[in-house]
Write a protein that binds this ligand. Structure first.
Ligand SMILES: Nc1ncnc2c1ncn2[C@@H]1O[C@H](COP(=O)(O)OP(=O)(O)O[C@H]2O[C@H](CO)[C@@H](O)[C@H](O)[C@H]2O)[C@@H](O)[C@H]1O
Length: 689
């Protein structure tokens, strides 16, 4: 097992090199056009990484390949070794015989050892390709020059495969104009870990980036809690250990890795991530050592691109860190305070992505000394609460604030909707950081979240009992009846069924729901609420269920399949959030033909279009309802309008449902906006060093 000396050790001076044993990148002359077009769908899936920028830098029109070579590799990984040669022949699908032929050529040229095929050097591969090309009498290095005259390839049944692939790619997979090495750092990534929307985004956006041609790594903790451990079974120990100096001790962490959906999922392993509960706490509250746990995550994430030979070679220094929320915020500070002064990561950029400004990672100022940061960088994390918010006479208000650290050191800042990116610069929405964020508004952007449209698809969702689509909504009515049956509510299609799904938190406005419930339930309506969090609200849900037996159901807990069934089975989804950086449930709801009724704030305002029956000269428009201000009265009055529309204006209702279902919620348009921001980040010099 290789122990790589951490770059963070005080004595470490030399940059860690790319993993030894990995040959120089492989050049394959004869297929320069193929990987360029098919990169992402073909190449990433096959675990080979084409590097367009490398080719450009070296004035090469051909692409370089990297491939997975791991001495302890599985059979699947060994197969990937064949891919450069396979691609060299311009083929994407091979028959058994062809594979056998290739195998035999490869094996002749590379003695098999006990562990499987050995690495091929670029020269070796060139020789093999040449040999195969010659034996088949195929055009060799002149494919490019032959572009006009492709008959030779067509007649050999090669080109049609390429073009077919290219066509599919064009239609289904938009490509980034500049591909990058992207490193997500997050405390959650679904399906491995999820307590809310952060997990959803960091589980699906990386896949979208990979499909667009980027090389993508997600670094998050390897949480083992005895319940969901099986989610990590495919992640294997990379065999790399680093030592991190913080909290007065040297701590060793390991890295686990799974390559899935074109993404390198990297899990930082340490005993502090192995305990019952969710990523942040258990029934007794938040874990007391969260500052330590997420400091480890940040250090490990900074090292990962330098020391992990994923797929054969490291990500290297020229990467882009996407630092998600406070748990990862130290990454930006570490890059500025510990790496750039040593000449490392000068070509990297970090972007802070704010999913929720309410959580900033605050700890007593005295803990700064634990973080392993140079004393002169204290100002980056220093935060002083105003006198009115201090707890007692001896409280001087001084703390360290992780999120603030990233606000002042990241190269750029993003939020998950445009509306929220403005709100956080205001006193009302800035959670104390509004002035600092306003100072950086030229580097601040909002891009609305997309969703995982495969996971959330009413036509194929594995969690719902009936499937449907915008062309045939009958399955939705069946889902509603099934949900009513499951909940023990009267099965009635004429009665509006309203749902709420979310963390039971002040942010989500659950207090407004509970205060409105007695009045709301006087109407002919059913209500189902799924959530966990605030104990008082959980207890209220239990009470409400017993008090309104025929109309109210409260499901206390975190249950993904139930959340899908509620999203599909309800007519209306209620979201009275006090603030909502983006919100995903309203997007899921619209995709499932469930009409969102939301408070007019942040991402809810940006994504839900108010229903207007008289817009555009009598043509209806809108996908739901927004209400404002946030209070019981305005929420009830808009819910009554929605329920009346449901009962009395069936055609309009169906129109609202269908307009929502037809909206584009894929990550692609958001991802292309992200890419533009990445370009800006790399255009500017590093913000702090
Ligand atoms: N009890 C339960 N059982 C099952 N599933 C449950 C659940 N409670 C919540 N969920 C799920 O968790 C996710 C919540 O996502 P949100 O975006 O609505 O909120 P969250 O506040 O966590 O996210 C923060 O980050 C996201 C991502 O950027 C922003 O959209 C959002 O505004 C911001 O507050 C959804 O997938 C929802 O279905």
């Amino acid at each position: 097992m290789a122990t790589i000396r951490s770059y963070l050790t005080p004595l470490a001076a030399a940059k860690p090199k790319a993993a030894s044993g990995w040959p120089a990148r492989l050049r394959v002359h004869s297929v320069s056009r193929l990987p360029l077009r098919s990169y992402g769908s073909l190449v990433a899936k096959r675990r080979c990484f084409a590097e367009k920028s490398w080719s450009e830098e070296h004035g090469q029109s051909s692409l370089a390949f990297g491939k997975a070579v791991d001495p302890e590799s599985s059979a699947a990984e060994e197969e990937a070794i064949l891919d450069p040669a396979v691609l060299a022949l311009g083929r994407t699908h091979q028959s058994e015989e062809e594979l056998e032929e290739l195998n035999s050529v490869l094996q002749e040229n590379n003695e098999l050892d006990g562990n499987g095929l050995r690495s091929l050097s670029g020269v070796e591969l060139d020789a093999i390709v040449e040999e195969i090309v010659e034996s088949r009498n195929l055009p060799d290095e002149n494919v490019e020059e032959n572009e006009g005259d492709q008959e030779g390839l067509v007649s050999k049944g090669l080109l049609d495969v390429v073009e077919e692939e290219e066509e599919t790619d064009k239609q289904e997979r938009p490509r980034a104009s500049t591909t990058r090495n992207i490193v997500f750092v997050s405390s959650e990534a679904a399906p491995y870990s999820k307590t809310g929307g952060l997990g959803d985004v960091c589980g699906s956006l990386p896949i979208a980036f990979a499909a667009r041609g980027h090389r993508v790594m997600v670094v998050s903790p390897r949480y083992l809690n005895g319940v969901s451990d099986k989610k990590f079974v495919n992640a294997t120990d990379v065999g790399v250990r680093i030592k991190i100096y913080c909290f007065g001790v040297e701590t060793e962490v390991a890295f686990f890795h799974e390559f899935r959906a074109g993404v390198d999922w990297v899990f930082v392993d340490h005993p502090s991530y192995h305990r019952p509960g969710n990523p942040y706490g258990d029934s007794h509250g938040a874990f007391a050592d969260n500052q330590f746990r997420f400091t480890l995550l940040s250090y490990a994430a900074c090292e990962a691109p330098l020391v992990l030979p994923l797929g054969g070679y490291t990500y290297g220094e020229k990467c882009l860190f996407l630092v998600n929320d406070w748990h990862a915020s130290l990454v930006s500070v570490l890059i500025a305070a510990k790496y750039r002064p040593h000449g490392v990561y000068n070509d990297a950029r970090s972007i802070l992505v704010i999913h929720n400004l309410a959580h900033q990672g605050i700890a007593p100022a005295s803990t700064y000394g634990n973080l392993g940061l140079p004393s002169e960088w204290y100002g980056a994390l220093e935060w002083i609460f105003p006198p009115w918010s201090r707890m007692h006479a001896l409280d001087n208000g001084e703390v360290v604030n992780f999120l603030k650290g990233a606000v002042v050191t990241s190269d750029r800042i993003m939020t998950v909707s445009q509306g929220y990116s403005w709100e956080i610069t205001t006193v009302e929405g800035g959670q104390g950081l509004n002035e600092l964020l306003s100072c950086r508004k030229f580097a601040l952007n909002g891009v609305v979240n997309g969703i995982d449209v495969d996971e959330w698809n009413p036509a194929s969702d594995k969690h719902i009992p009936f499937h449907y689509s915008v062309d045939d909504l009958s399955g939705k009515a069946q889902c509603k009846a099934a949900l009513q049956t499951e909940l023990g509510l009267p099965v009635r299609d004429d009665c509006p069924l309203i749902g709420f799904i979310g963390r039971l938190d002040y942010q989500k406005g659950t207090d407004v729901i509970s205060s409105a419930m007695p009045e709301l339930l006087q109407d002919d309506v059913q209500f189902v609420m799924l959530g966990s969090g605030d104990q008082q609200t959980e207890n209220w849900m239990r009470w409400a269920e017993s008090a309104y037996k025929e109309k109210f159901r409260g499901w206390v807990g975190f249950n993904v399949p139930v959340s899908h069934r509620i999203t599909a089975g309800c007519d209306i989804l209620l979201m009275p959030s006090r603030f909502e950086p983006c919100g995903l449930n309203q997007l899921y709801a619209m995709r499932y033909g469930t009409v969102p009724v939301v408070n007019c704030t942040g991402g809810l305002k940006d994504t839900v279009e108010n229903f207007d029956p008289f817009a555009n000269d009598g043509t209806e428009q809108g996908t739901g309802w927004r209400f404002s201000p946030l209070c019981k009265e305005s929420m009830l009055s808009i819910l009554r309008v929605a329920m009346q529309t449901f009962r009395e204006h069936k055609v309009s209702w169906e129109g609202i449902m269908k307009r929502g279902m037809m909206k584009d919620f894929t990550w692609d348009s958001s991802a292309s906006q992200y890419e533009e921001i990445f370009d800006w980040a790399f255009t500017d010099p590093p913000y702090s060093r």
